[in-house]
Ligand binder design. Structure first.
Ligand code: GLV
Ligand code: MN
Ligand code: MN
Ligand code: MN
Length: 414
């Protein structure tokens, strides 16, 4: 029998308009978004999301990590749900698409089904995960991580920002400390739409990335313990200067990482010097370091280089170099059936595509611990993300959303 929904398409203008409307919350003068996790702006974004979902009859649940679940009942509510979703939080200088596209693409799928009076057999759930970015509170993906059992709820609630305010306190303050236990219910399949955040699709002129997995990520705080002293009278050879040790370590580590493999990544995203005075050699410098590689052996190799070079620099400079591991998200492979559901939807819709591994972390990494998962990527301009200039074409966003619609319909059945 012909599938009665095979000609169904999402409303591109409505998807775009919703993206632009929510982008006004936390809008920055440079055209981006600053809607960091659990701020007033995040609350406003969540409130708008909840209102939009209630408008189409979804039932809302919020768990004790502030993850929001909007449920559209199916014809058979004893069936496990098909889920989709992403995050509404942004980087401090974030764009209009990272995360929020996955949430609003899911909303557009539900709106399209509602408009057309289509009831799937399995219920559908649209999820907003708490603190995916890891920018305000480390680590990234902590809401989905607690939900999937990677972290305890106490760990999740106790994560603090730079001023010592915790996730638990902020959830309570903004009214999103829900009452539901943070536990996965049975899930049939999960799909997440996202901008690629890299240049491959655009360079190769492909519309859809069929995502087969996510590369590994390891986060560290590297602490250089120096001796504070006066910038003028103290001879250079009498100093223990943590910045000199830091620069030696960075120079060697960048060189080794680049020589090791073109797939390896190193980022020093944040540096804090204490006490932070121009004319005092710092007592301490803390470097927030991010290492990535698509395969476990590669990431282990980079991890080994870091420890070896830290020890080398400590010996040569007499400055104590302490490496503290903050977070490890191993490479994951997504579910073959879900990848296939995405591939088939792409083929039916006739979009150019390629298979690819995600360079960025996503909530789907933790969701994949407890459910079959895949992701759908669309190109972004110049491959740019975590930047206020992040941009994507309406036609590409529409294509990714149509793929999401058909992958979900296939998994949820009619
Ligand atoms: C999250 O955005 C990450 O990949 O770091
Ligand atoms: Mn994201
Ligand atoms: Mn991001
Ligand atoms: Mn991410």
């Amino acid at each position: 029998m012909e599938n009665p929904a095979q000609n169904l398409r999402v409303d591109s203008a409505r998807l775009w308009n919703s993206l632009m409307e929510i982008a006004e919350i936390g809008a920055t003068p440079a055209g981006g978004c600053n809607r960091q996790a659990l701020t007033d702006e995040d609350r406003e974004g969540r409130d708008l999301f909840v209102r939009w979902c209630r408008d189409i009859g979804c039932e809302i649940r919020v768990d004790r990590m502030g993850n929001i679940f909007a449920r559209r009942p199916g014809a058979d509510n004893s069936s496990p749900a098909v889920i989709t979703g992403s995050h509404l939080d942004t980087q401090p200088t974030g764009g209009k698409f990272d995360g929020v596209y996955g949430v609003l693409a899911g909303l557009e799928v539900l709106r399209t089904l509602e408009d057309n009076g289509i009831r799937t057999k399995a219920p559908l759930e649209l999820v907003v995960w708490t603190n995916e970015e890891g920018a305000r509170f480390s680590p990234a993906m902590v809401g989905s991580g607690v939900w999937a059992g990677e972290f305890s709820l106490e760990y999740g609630h106790s994560r603090a920002d730079k001023s010592g305010i915790t996730i638990g306190e902020e959830l309570e303050r903004i009214g999103y400390l829900g009452t539901e236990p943070v536990l996965p219910r049975a899930i049939k399949a999960s799909f997440e739409a996202h901008i690629e955040q890299g240049p491959i699709l655009e360079k190769q002129e492909q519309v859809i990335g069929v995502v087969t997995g996510v590369q590994g990520i390891r986060w560290y705080d590297v602490i250089f313990h120096g001796m504070p002293c006066h910038a003028g009278p103290t001879p250079m050879e009498d100093r223990r200067d943590p910045v000199q040790a830091l620069s030696m370590l960075c120079e060697r580590l960048y060189r080794e990482v680049r020589a090791y493999s073109e797939d390896a990544r190193i980022t020093c995203g944040d540096l804090r010097a204490a006490p932070g005075s121009r004319n005092t050699v710092p007592e301490e410098v803390v470097l927030a370091l991010d290492l990535r590689h698509p395969i476990p052996e590669g990431l282990n190799h980079l991890h080994g280089s870091l420890y070896r070079l830290a020890e080398q620099v400590q010996e040569e400079t007499g400055t104590r170099v302490e490496v503290r591991e903050e977070w490890y998200s191993p490479p994951v492979a997504f579910d073959e059936n879900c990848i296939d559901a995405v591939s088939r939807a792409v083929q039916t819709l006739g979009y150019s595509n390629r298979r690819m591994v995600s360079g960025a972390g996503h909530d789907s990494v933790y969701v994949s611990r407890v459910a079959p998962v895949s992701m759908i990527f669309v190109p972004c301009e110049g491959g740019l993300s975590h930047n206020e200039a992040e941009s994507a074409e309406p036609g590409h966003l529409e294509a990714g959303c149509n793929v999401l619609l058909h992958a979900m319909l296939k998994a949820a059945e009619l």
